[in-house]
Each structure stands twice: as C-alpha cells, then as structure tokens.
Design a protein around this ligand. Structure first.
Ligand code: DAH
Length: 339
C-alpha cells in the first residue's frame, strides 16, 4: 500500500473519532465510541495498526510515526470527551445535566415553638431550684381567680369588661366561670390540696380582653411560682428571681424590684429587666398575703411564703431581642425557624 493511501485512511479515522467523541452525550454513547475506536480487540485503531503491515517497506518508519500521532490524537479526544461528560454530570444520554457539586436540598426539620421551648427551659431552671410543676384549669371560677386571692367583688380587676366571663349559666363550685386572667389561681388550688411546705411553679395560658400591641395579647402565658414554708423571707424571693434571671438570660440582663401592690401579696414588688438603657416589666411578686394563707387554711403565724408571676412572652422576647410579641402568634415560619 502506498504511503499516501495509508495516511488518508489515518486522517479519516482521526476525523471520525473526533466526531464520535464530541457527539457523545453520556456514559453510554461515550463507551460505544471508545469501543469502536479504541477497543483492544477489534477497535479501528487496532485495524489501522494491522494495516501498517501492508505499507511499502521503505515507507514503514514514516507510516509508523503517523500511526502513533493518530492514536494519540484519538486518545486525547476520548479523554476530553470523558472530562466534559463528567463535568456536566451527564450520566445517561438524554437526561438533563446534573451538577453534582451543588449543595443538596436540606430537609426542613420541624421544631418546637419558641414559647414551648421557653416553657421547657423555665421548668428546667426552676426544677433545679427545687420547684415542681403544678397544673390548673384555664376555665376558672371566681373563688380561685379572685376571691381566695384577696380580690374582693368591689375590686376593678373583677370588672366584666376586664375579663372573659363565659356566657353560660353553669357555675363552678366557686361561682361564675371565666377564662383565668392569671396563673395565680394555681397557688390556691395547690394550697387547698396540700399542706406546707409548698414549692411549685405553674406555666400556662391566661386571658384578658386587651387590644393586641407589641407587649400585649388577649391570650398570653405566665409562669407562676409559689414557695410556702417556715421562715421564708423577701430575701429568698429576691435571690430566687436573681438566680433565675442569671440562669435564663446569662448574666447580661439585670433585674430590679420596685415597690408595688397586688391584693395577694404584702409587700409586693414589680420585677423589671434591663433592655439597653431601659427597664421593661417582667412580672410581679411578693410575700404571700396572710389573707390568702387563711383562705386556704394555712396558719399565717406559722408559715410565710413568696410568690411570683412572670410573663413568658416577655422573658422569651427579651432573651431573643424580639420587639413585638405578636410575632409569636403569626405562625410565620420565617420567624419561627430562627429558634
Ligand atoms: N398575677 C399577677 C398578674 O397577673 C402577677 C403576680 C404578681 C403573680 C405578684 C404573683 C405575685 O404570684 O406574687 O399580673
């Protein structure tokens, strides 16, 4: 065979191979092209190598060199097609490219509502201080919501416009029914059921017909605390609340006590927490009023106690720098996801 003819055959071979490899659009077509041209047994390169034998003797060295060049060119075309397909993430012909380097789509895990998380944490912190959790009904009677708490019928807090009375003729053992306006009701229920010493907290919903704004909502949560024993003093109350604040806020939130008035405590204090250069209300507290102890059959000469009631939304908002407690009730996952 003349050299020129052999070289023409090589040229066709290289061109065919280049076309086949650049047309490959997936692992399968690439492999088919590889077998056609580079296959060890009957690939076309193999044939061309055999064809060398037919070239005129004097032209063999030149033909051999051209054969090697052609083989390298075809191998290079294969390698680049292989890299192209890998980079595009093409695994099968006809499938859209998949970029394997893209981050996966994260599975969104559900989580507890921030207020639920807060309630669990408050229970845990006060549990470490020896308080056990007590529960009470959200539908209450006037005895537990007012009367036993030393809030007489004439008190403005009992105004029907300030409370959610139920539109029902049904009455509890202690009078007309209403949605409880405070968790202090649980103090009475616990003391009616047990003798001192008492050391409980109670967390739950309370209801007041307030217009919603950044610090109010017609339904919110309180944490109530009650400790009754011999020799309990105001110092115990203050240190308990300070320990609580340090544990929950982590030391950078200060609390202060201001003289105040509640019918069921004497003396009473309002508890504030610092926020930037302001003080915001966290709740109320005080020494259990002797009338309350008497109402549940405790002897006020023998026992004293302290009580506190804090706003769960407020402490949670303070801790997480939430400036509007209505956010807690919008059920906007973009807000909730942050907790
Ligand atoms: N019950 C009060 C309120 O709803 C808060 C409160 C004040 C609770 C003083 C207490 C207390 O236990 O001692 O505003």
């Amino acid at each position: 065979m003349a050299l020129a003819q052999y070289l023409a055959e090589l040229e066709t071979l290289v061109a065919d191979a280049a076309r086949a490899f650049s047309a490959a659009d997936g692992a399968l077509t690439l492999e088919a092209a590889r077998i056609e041209f580079l296959g060890a047994k009957s690939g076309r390169i193999k044939d061309a190598q055999k064809g060398l034998g037919a070239v005129d003797k004097a032209d063999k060295p030149a033909a051999g060199k051209h054969f090697n060049d052609a083989k390298q060119a075809i191998e290079a075309a294969f390698t680049s097609a292989q890299e192209r397909i890998a980079a595009q993430g093409i695994t099968e012909p006809g499938l859209a490219p998949i970029d394997l380097t893209l981050p996966g789509r994260p599975l969104r895990l559900g989580r507890l509502h921030p207020l639920t998380q807060t309630i669990e944490e408050l229970k845990e912190i006060l549990g470490r201080l020896g308080f056990t959790v007590a529960d009470g009904p959200e539908i209450e009677d006037e005895w537990h919501n007012f009367e036993a708490l030393n809030i007489p019928a004439s008190h403005p807090a009992r105004d029907p416009l300030e409370n959610f009375y139920l539109a029902t003729a049904e009455r509890g053992a202690g009078g007309p029914l209403l949605l409880r306006s405070q968790t202090s009701t649980v103090q009475i229920r616990v003391m009616e059921a047990a003798k001192p010493p008492v050391r409980i907290i109670s967390l739950g919903r309370v209801y007041r017909p307030d217009t919603a704004d950044d610090t109010h909502y017609p339904m919110f949560h309180q944490i109530e605390g009650l400790l009754v024993d011999r020799h309990v003093t105001m110092a115990d109350l203050k240190s308990t609340l300070r320990l609580f604040a340090a544990a929950y806020f982590g030391g950078d939130v200060h609390i202060r006590f201001r003289p105040s008035f509640f019918p069921f405590t004497e003396p009473s204090v309002e508890v504030d927490m610092s926020w930037h250069d302001r003080w915001i209300e966290m709740g109320g507290a005080g020494m259990v009023d002797p009338h309350v102890l008497q109402a549940v059959g405790y002897d006020p000469e023998e026992y004293t106690g302290f009580a506190f009631g804090l706003g769960v939304e407020r402490v949670c908002a303070r801790r997480h720098q939430v400036t509007d407690i209505r956010e807690f009730y919008k059920n906007d996952v973009r807000f909730l996801r942050q907790f």
